[in-house]
Design a protein around this ligand. Structure first.
Ligand SMILES: Nc1ncnc2c1ncn2[C@@H]1O[C@H](COP(=O)(O)OP(=O)(O)O)[C@@H](O)[C@H]1O
Ligand SMILES: [Mg+2]
Length: 435
């Protein structure tokens, strides 16, 4: 990588796209709400782009990797001044007696993550104790995907991945569609934790599901429970809608989305998630847990109402042929759930399902032990709080107990596990996304 230099006049704006490193040789720039002076060195990830503004005449040293770019642009085509206006409007409302809860909403790639960082940096620069709650479970940049996390903003940063999270809640989904209740509960819980920890301003990032009736209803519900002081909206139509709903209840500020964002493909988003999982599990090891000693929240069919295999054949002679494969059976009034050692013939299962339903009005569900392996789970410690994330590596049925091998970086006491439908391969790629 060779260095090029560029000198910007005061007020000039440049757009930089990663992979790149920028060194401030002389002068001062504003980047994502923070001011960087002489000697600062800033790294831009290959999947990110940003605009920066020279605050005085500034000389920059620029190192570009393959695909990276640096261009001085017409400042009227850039959003930096608009975002400064937004951050200033929020800052003006701060008083020591009034805590700020700022929620950023908008469609995918509208700049939510960057504007969240911009506002947080701007407020921190002005001496406000600021926290971030990252609520986009698919592109969660503080802890890892499938969680909602809280970080105290204790230094200037460009991308949330540079901060360390202080706590998180395990949601177990990477799309909000089937998880909206868990996301809302996690957000409210962590915002309260942030206020309890002494944060004077909490900036909350959200996912980009804002279209269709379901998406809109979910966002309105989320806001109803968070009760923000400020709502920042990165879309004209959406801001009109929010205004019509909340105009007398909270301050709504419209912000401009970046004109030339670095759009990420589905594969690139997946790669970012894999990077995050890998980083989290880098220093993990495998622990063996006894299922009888840990609470299993939703880890079906390990935590259901069990019936003995012999009783099962008495009740349902039709199941006789598959009994040697069954390691566990659970039954309630309407459903029968079987855990089998290895996958069974699909045609046979369909026939059994039909027969069970027609004869007994009982729905038959069959899981393989292999379905549980490499699933992501939340790890619960004392006080019912999530302390870590784990991956189930193996489940073994011994005579007296079921043994769960769990990969996790956590070394403390484990009281429970929370299930998810997300399954990762050995390279931490999602082989099942749990939607
Ligand atoms: N001012 C800007 N100019 C160009 N690209 C930007 C700017 N601000 C953000 N981006 C890039 O646009 C993309 C989308 O921004 P992001 O904040 O991740 O949006 P969202 O969180 O809404 O998906 C990212 O690659 C980001 O680096
Ligand atoms: Mg985002």
């Amino acid at each position: 990588m060779s260095m090029i230099t560029s000198t910007l006049k005061a007020g000039e704006v440049a757009r930089v796209s990663g992979p790149a490193r920028i060194e401030v040789i002389d002068g001062r720039i504003l980047l994502v709400g923070s001011v960087y002076g002489r000697g600062s060195s800033l790294v831009i990830h290959e999947l990110r782009s940003y605009s920066l503004k020279a605050l005085t005449e500034t000389k920059l040293g620029i190192f570009l990797g393959s695909g990276g770019s640096f261009d001085v642009v017409d400042s009227s085509t850039e959003v930096i001044d608009d975002w400064l206006r937004v951050a200033e409007a929020v800052n003006e409302d701060f008083t020591t007696s009034k805590k700020l809860k700022i929620v950023v909403v908008g469609p995918p790639e509208s700049g939510k993550t960057t504007l969240t960082a911009f506002i947080a940096n701007y407020l921190r620069d002005r001496g406000i104790n600021c926290c971030i709650v990252e609520g986009d479970v698919g592109q969660e940049d503080l802890a890892m995907p499938a969680t909602v996390a809280l970080a105290v903003v204790d230094k200037p940063f460009i991308w949330q991945r540079e901060l360390s999270f202080s706590e998180f809640r395990f949601v177990g989904c990477i799309s909000p569609r089937n998880c909206s209740t868990r996301i809302i509960a996690s957000l409210v819980d962590l915002i309260n934790r942030a206020l309890f920890r002494g944060c004077d301003a909490v900036v909350v990032n959200t996912d980009g599901w804002v279209s269709g009736r379901d998406g809109i209803s979910y966002k309105l519900e989320l806001l109803r429970w968070i009760k923000p002081t400020h709502l920042i909206v990165l879309d004209d139509g959406l801001s009109d809608l929010m205004y019509s709903v909340f105009h007398d209840m909270l301050k709504i500020i419209k912000a401009k989305p970046p004109t030339q964002p670095r759009i990420r493909s589905r594969e690139e988003r997946q790669r970012l998630r894999t990077e995050a999982y890998k980083k989290y599990f880098m220093n993990s090891s495998v622990r063996t847990l006894q299922a009888s000693k840990v609470g299993l929240v939703g880890v079906l069919p390990l935590n259901c109402v069990e019936v003995s295999v012999s009783k099962l054949v008495e009740m349902f002679p039709e199941l006789y042929s598959i009994m040697p494969h069954v390691v566990r059976a659970c039954k309630d009034e309407k459903e029968l759930t079987l855990l089998v050692k290895s996958p069974l013939h699909v045609g046979l299962l369909d026939a059994l399902r039909n027969e069970m339903y027609l004869k007994y009005s009982t729905k038959l569900f069959i899981f393989n032990v292999g379905d549980l392996v490499r699933c992501l789970v939340g790890v619960v410690g004392e006080g019912m709080s999530e302390v870590a994330v784990g991956i189930i590596e193996d489940v073994r049925f011994e005579e007296n107990d079921t043994l769960i091998k769990l990969r996790t970086p956590y070394e403390g006491l484990i009281k429970g596990l929370i299930s998810s439908n997300i399954k990762l391969d050995e390279e931490y790629r999602e082989v099942r996304r749990g939607e």
